[in-house]
Design a protein around this ligand. Structure first.
Ligand SMILES: [Mg+2]
Length: 502
C-alpha cells in the first residue's frame, strides 16, 4: 500500500496562541492537482491567503491546566472522520457487474426473504429496509428491480480491502461495522493539507483500489463525524465529504437545524419520541438544550451525545472489538424440516461456525444453549419452540466436544411430527484460558491433543476455505440449507469463481 504524501507541513504542536483559522463557508474542494498515484502523491500547496484547515485548532485557554506554559505544546482538538460505504452490499455487487450501475436493485436477506440493502433508485421508489421480496413483486416487474441473494463472503472481503486503504491515513482506526470506520486524524491530516482535502483523497483512493463509493464525515467528535457523514450523503453539493469541524458556528447551527433529532447516532426511536414531547425536534434543538435538564431527564448517555454534538469529544476510538460474551449461530431452513437426522446436521453446522469464532477470540465455552422453532407465521401448523441450556463439565473450545453436547441437547428437546423452520445454538459462559477451571483428575494430555487438532483444523480451513475440514456430523450434502437463488460468485475469495473478462 502506498505511503503518505512527502510534503513537510508546518509544525503545529508548538504554536501556542495562533489565530483561529478564519472559517470558510465550506472548505474549498481540493485542487485538481491531486496526486495521480499513491507513490507519487504530493499534497497540493495552499494557494489562498486564508489559513488552511491544518492550522491547529487549539484547546481554549480557559480549559487548560494552570501549569500550561508558553513552552509546552498545546493539545490539538481531536478530529474524527467517519468513512462509510454507500449502499454497501449493492455497491459490492455493482463492482463486478458494472452494467447494474443505474439499475434499481436490492440485496435480500438469508433465504431470499427481505431487502437488506437497497440502491438509491429503489429507495426513491419507496421500498423500505426489511420489506419482504414477495411484497415487491409488482413494483419489481414495473421498474425492473434486480434482486441478489446476500453474498457475505464477498462483502466481508471487500470490507477488508476498504480498511486496508484507510490504514494509509492514520494508525488510529476503529472498524465500526462492515461498511463504516472511524479514523482519528488530527495528527496526520496536515499531510493532505487539512481534513477536507484528506477526506476527498480517502474517497478517491477507496474508489480507485476497491471500486466502492464512500462518503466521509468530519467533526471534533465521533457523533459529529457521524452526523457530517449523514449530511454528506443527503446533500450532493458536498461531493461526498462534509467537515463540520471547519465551518462557522452559524453555519453549523444552520446544518443542525436542517436535520431531525432522530438521525443523531445513539438517539433511538423511543428517545426521539420523548425529545419531541419536550419540544426538541432537530439536532440544533438537542445541541443547544440545557445540559443539566438533559442529564436529569435522560441520563448521562444523552448528556454525552449533547456534548459530542457541541464538539467536545467524549467517546474514544475502540481499538479492538470487545470480546463477545456469547456467540450465536442460527438460520432458517430453506424448506420445512421434520427429521431429527437433518436437525442434527444443522446443529453441527452451527457448532462448526460458532466454535471457529470462539477459538478466534481465544475463548472457551462453559455452556451451550440449543433451540428449535416451528414457523410462527403459519398458525394453522402445530407450534413448538423448545430450548435447552446445558453447562459443560469443563469449558472447551473443541468443535467435536461441543457438537456432541449440542446434539445430546437436541435429542432431548426434539419431538417428531412438527415442521421445524429454524434451529440454532448459543455458546455461553465464555471465559479465557487463564480463568479456565479443569478437573483435578485431568492431567491435561487430552486437552493438549484437542488444542493441537483444533489449531490444525483452523489452519486448513483458513487456507482452503472455512468449511473444508469439519466434523462428519455436518453431513455431506445438506438439503435443508438456506435458499439463495441469485447469489453472485465469490469473486474475490475463491479461485474457482474469479471474474472472467470476455
Ligand atoms: Mg453504509
Amino acid at each position: 500500500m502506498a505511503s503518505l504524501p512527502p510534503s513537510t507541513p508546518p509544525t503545529t504542536t508548538s504554536v501556542k496562541l495562533s489565530p483561529q483559522p478564519k472559517p470558510k463557508a465550506q472548505d474549498k474542494a481540493p485542487s485538481k492537482a491531486k496526486p495521480a498515484t499513491k507513490s507519487t502523491a504530493k499534497a497540493p500547496e495552499p494557494t489562498n491567503t486564508s489559513p488552511p484547515d491544518y492550522w491547529p485548532t487549539v484547546a481554549p485557554v480557559s480549559s487548560r491546566a494552570p501549569s500550561d506554559s508558553l513552552l509546552q505544546p498545546v493539545p490539538l482538538l481531536p478530529v474524527f472522520a467517519l468513512v462509510d460505504v454507500n449502499n454497501f452490499y449493492v455497491s459490492c455487487e455493482r463492482v463486478f457487474k458494472p452494467s447494474l450501475q443505474n439499475t434499481p436493485m436490492v440485496v435480500l436477506s438469508n433465504n431470499d426473504g427481505c431487502a437488506v440493502a437497497r440502491s438509491a433508485e429503489v429507495k426513491a421508489l419507496g421500498v423500505k429496509m426489511g420489506q419482504p421480496w414477495f411484497q415487491m413483486q409488482k413494483l419489481a416487474k414495473e421498474h425492473g428491480i434486480v434482486a441478489y441473494s446476500s453474498n457475505y463472503a464477498l462483502y466481508g472481503d471487500m470490507s477488508e480491502r476498504v480498511v486496508n486503504v484507510l490504514t494509509d491515513y492514520t494508525p488510529d482506526l476503529e472498524v465500526y461495522s462492515i461498511d463504516e470506520s472511524f479514523l482519528r486524524i488530527e495528527t496526520t491530516m496536515h499531510l493532505w493539507n487539512g481534513a477536507t482535502p484528506m477526506g476527498h483523497h480517502v474517497k478517491e483512493q477507496v474508489m480507485r483500489h476497491t471500486g466502492l463509493p464512500v462518503c466521509v464525515g468530519l467533526g471534533h467528535s465521533k457523533t459529529m463525524a457521524k452526523l457530517a457523514n449523514h449530511i454528506a450523503k443527503k446533500n450532493p453539493q458536498f461531493n461526498g465529504v462534509c467537515n463540520l469541524a471547519h465551518i462557522t458556528q452559524e453555519q453549523r447551527d444552520t446544518w443542525y437545524q436542517s436535520v431531525a433529532v432522530s438521525e443523531v447516532w445513539g438517539v433511538g426511536r423511543q428517545i426521539s419520541a420523548q425529545l419531541h414531547d419536550i419540544g426538541i425536534h432537530t439536532v440544533y434543538d438537542l445541541a443547544s438544550a440545557p445540559i443539566k435538564k438533559i442529564r436529569s431527564q435522560f441520563g448521562v448517555v444523552l448528556e454525552r451525545i449533547v456534548k459530542e454534538l457541541q464538539g467536545q469529544s467524549c467517546l474514544a476510538l475502540e481499538d479492538l472489538p470487545p470480546t463477545k460474551q456469547q456467540i450465536m449461530s442460527s438460520l432458517s431452513f430453506g424448506r420445512p424440516v421434520t427429521e431429527l437426522s437433518e436437525l442434527k446436521e444443522a446443529v453441527a453446522w452451527h457448532i462448526h461456525s460458532a466454535s471457529a469464532k470462539l477459538r478466534a477470540q481465544g475463548s472457551f465455552a462453559g455452556a451451550i444453549y440449543v433451540f428449535l422453532q416451528t414457523n410462527r407465521y403459519k398458525p394453522n401448523q402445530s407450534q413448538y419452540h423448545p430450548c435447552l441450556a446445558t453447562a459443560l463439565l469443563e469449558p472447551t473450545q473443541d468443535t467435536l466436544q461441543l457438537t456432541q453436547q449440542a446434539i445430546a441437547s437436541l435429542e432431548k428437546i426434539f419431538k417428531p411430527n412438527y415442521c421445524y423452520k429454524k434451529t440454532g445454538i448459543v455458546l455461553l459462559d465464555l471465559q479465557n484460558k487463564a480463568h479456565q477451571q479443569t478437573s483435578f483428575l485431568d492431567d491435561g494430555a487430552a486437552q493438549q491433543q484437542s488444542e493441537k487438532a483444533m489449531v490444525l483444523m483452523d489452519q486448513i480451513n483458513q487456507k482452503f476455505g472455512k468449511n473444508t475440514l469439519r466434523s462428519a456430523a455436518t453431513g455431506i450434502r445438506p438439503g435443508w440449507k438456506t435458499k439463495s437463488e441469485n447469489k453472485s460468485p465469490n469473486y474475490t475469495t475463491s479461485w474457482k469463481e474469479l471474474p472472467e473478462v470476455k
